[in-house]
Design a protein around this ligand. Structure first.
Ligand code: F6P
Ligand code: MG
Length: 421
């Protein structure tokens, strides 16, 4: 099926994409530049005396990038020698030259380009190439969610192996996606109260609930099977991924859960390998016994290979929609075919599943996947961008009548499932 012609892009002044390029992304870039200046001494201590000049150079380059975006500058080819440089440059070539700028090209491509560009700026320095400029924000967010983590740990210690519990944990995992930092341009949000108890109250906000089909797919699958989680954000959301994965292993629903993480700092809060290890250590070191036992247990799972970090994969930080994976990265597609269930987390993964198009909101999820069906797959996404599919007739009209910004707040969630082809 061909997608509708209406691509999301920042050219339309009423669009969320426009607001993103005018306000949200420039603000995130200003934060990076300011933090470099503020943390200069610490960075020099950690990365050596050479870092001083690199800090000034990167802060200036980040500020210039911010200005380029505001001026609707061109998306120029990358010059560095990173693993994915050619993939990116080939991709950029496929965009019509007159549309190859921040506001005229598809929102998804331009936004991914910006994050890749920031990475490029740091990669081009000697001393700061391995510095995660979003690292502090991710750690602060994780620490802020400690109360929610403790409540969830306590509520999930003695669970039954049944569909009801599994479905609750999927929902817990969905709502964890509210805590991403890119939607707020980095402003911290603290999850409050006992998230496990809140799930029932959130039921009216859950617009599509395919949790039963997900349970059936995993319960009916092989006990030696693999579950892939294509992760989204670090902090509390990652914590809920871990809780779900723990359940999958403990209850024998699969023998391995693979975590697919980002190779470069991405959309502020996305999980990288060091965030994963930091989180487990943060839990293991905590004075609360329940949390620290859990942290140690998950570290053991990681050592034993029950939890596995998938090899770093640049496809996840490429601009490609997933329907093109089989052609662009066939090895990854094959790897995902090994799983009995793939869980795609979050809003950006959803955008890549559908492409940045205004699909009719009632279009079938399977149709929008455009043949991307490596295995049984599901998407857990709180709605933070103006695209959606699979809604029952009339629902979006009702929501628009109540709040014309309902698609941008992360208040609503969807859990969609598609069976393997
Ligand atoms: O739509 C707002 C936004 O910041 C997008 O840029 C991006 O798709 C998404 O949210 C990031 O959210 P998530 O962490 O859920 O992928
Ligand atoms: Mg994210």
């Amino acid at each position: 099926p061909t997608p509708p012609k209406s691509e999301l892009k920042a050219l339309y002044k009423q669009s969320f994409a426009y607001y993103t390029f005018r306000v949200r992304l420039p603000s995130s870039l200003a934060t990076i530049a300011a933090a470099l200046v503020k943390d200069k001494d610490e960075l020099i201590t950690e990365y050596g005396a050479d870092a001083g000049a690199d800090i000034e150079q990167t802060a200036a380059a980040v500020t210039e990038l911010r200005q380029n975006i505001l001026n609707n500058g061109p998306l120029l080819p990358f010059r560095g020698k990173e693993t994915d440089t050619d993939v990116w440059n080939t991709f950029l070539e496929t965009i019509d030259k007159e549309k190859r700028n921040y506001f005229s090209t598809c929102w998804l491509y331009a936004e991914c380009y910006m994050y890749r560009k920031i990475s490029d700026i740091f990669q081009s320095t000697k001393s700061l190439a391995s510095y995660d400029y979003f690292g502090n924000q991710k750690k602060t967010a994780a620490k802020l969610s400690l109360d929610a983590m403790l409540a969830v740990a306590r509520a999930t210690r003695n669970t039954a192996r049944d569909g009801d519990t599994f479905r609750q944990l999927i929902k817990l995992n969905l709502w964890g996606n509210r805590c991403d930092l890119s939607i707020t341009s980095g402003k911290q949000i603290k999850p409050t109260g006992n998230a496990f108890e809140q799930i029932t109250g959130l039921e009216p906000k859950l617009l599509i609930d395919n949790t039963l089909q997900i349970w059936q797919a995993i319960d009916g699958g092989s006990k030696d099977g693999i579950v892939d989680i294509v992760c989204d954000n670090a902090g509390y959301e990652l914590y809920t991924d871990l809780i779900l994965a723990e359940y999958i292993i403990d209850k024998g629903l699969a023998s391995k859960v693979r975590f697919n993480l980002k190779a470069i700092p991405w959309f502020i809060s996305d999980v990288m390998a060091h965030d994963y290890h930091w989180t487990l250590q943060f839990m293991a070191d905590h004075e609360d016994e329940v949390l620290s036992e859990l942290g140690k247990k998950l570290q053991r799972f990681t050592e034993e290979g029950k939890f596995e970090l998938s090899p770093l994969e640049h496809f996840w930080t490429s601009p490609y929609e997933f329907y093109r994976m089989q052609e662009v990265k066939p090895e990854l597609y094959k790897r995902l075919q090994e799983a009995q269930l793939i869980i795609f987390k979050g809003d950006l993964n959803y955008r890549k599943l559908l492409g940045d198009y205004s699909w009719p909101d009632t279009e079938a999820f399977e149709t929008c996947l455009r043949g991307f069906r490596p295995s049984n797959l599901c998407t857990l996404r709180t709605v933070k961008a103006d695209l959606i599919c699979g809604l029952p007739e009339g629902v979006s009209q009702e929501l628009f009548a109540k709040d014309k910004e309902w698609m941008l707040t992360g208040e609503y969630g969807i859990i969609s499932f598609a069976k393997t082809a």
